[in-house]
Design a binder for this molecule. Structure first.
Ligand SMILES: [Mg+2]
Length: 191
């Protein structure tokens, strides 16, 4: 089976790292008191920042954030096991060059440093459906509803990885952790 996998908030906890770094940035660089409203849906509202501050923060910190995002529990173990069992692993990330010098190298270095085995990496994608089609992806895993929607519309099986913002989404089969991904692939391979 060919498995297409998103990076941010699917294999690594990028959003959690953004919040930690924004809190630090507000205190250390902007002289503020950190997060204003932890329950806010909008990032700038959470930080109490004017909208242009978000761009400045990402320009200063996004590369560092992605480089330091923690791998999700059991992600390495499950992906490497699936790879050892003969599945092809393709990472497909929306990461773009706007705030990052080299999104491919950043992603490759992170995967290598975290000991994750894979066959191919795509970055700077559009909707991700083109990469899924050209790689003959059988199963696609992403935390973003719009990517799942586009890929599913091409007739490809998708799993929505739960994140802090997608709890209300009901259209796709949901996984909360990597062990559930493994069980689903086993079920699909045997079915
Ligand atoms: Mg993502």
């Amino acid at each position: 089976m060919v498995i297409g996998i998103d990076m941010d908030d699917t294999i690594c906890s990028t959003n959690e790292r953004i919040i930690i770094e924004a809190d630090k940035y507000d205190k250390e660089v902007l002289g503020g008191s950190g997060i204003k409203n932890i329950d806010a849906y909008e990032f700038t509202e959470m930080m109490g920042w004017p909208s242009e501050m978000k761009g400045q923060f990402f320009a200063d910190k996004l590369e560092h954030i992605m480089d330091n995002a923690e791998i999700k529990e059991n992600a390495k173990e499950v992906i490497n096991k699936l790879h050892d069992e003969g599945n092809k692993i393709v990472f497909i990330s929306f990461r773009k060059g706007k705030y990052i010098k080299d999104p491919y190298l950043l992603t490759k270095n992170w995967l290598d440093r975290n000991g994750v085995h894979y066959d191919k990496i795509y970055v700077d994608t559009g909707s991700k459906v083109d990469e899924c089609i050209s790689e003959n992806v059988n199963l696609f895993i992403d935390d973003k509803e719009s990517h799942c929607e586009d890929v599913a519309s091409a007739g490809i099986d998708v799993l929505l990885f739960t994140n802090a913002y997608n709890h209300d989404e009901k259209r796709f089969r949901r996984v909360d952790n990597w062990n559930q991904v493994y069980d689903y692939v086993k079920e699909k391979n045997n079915g």
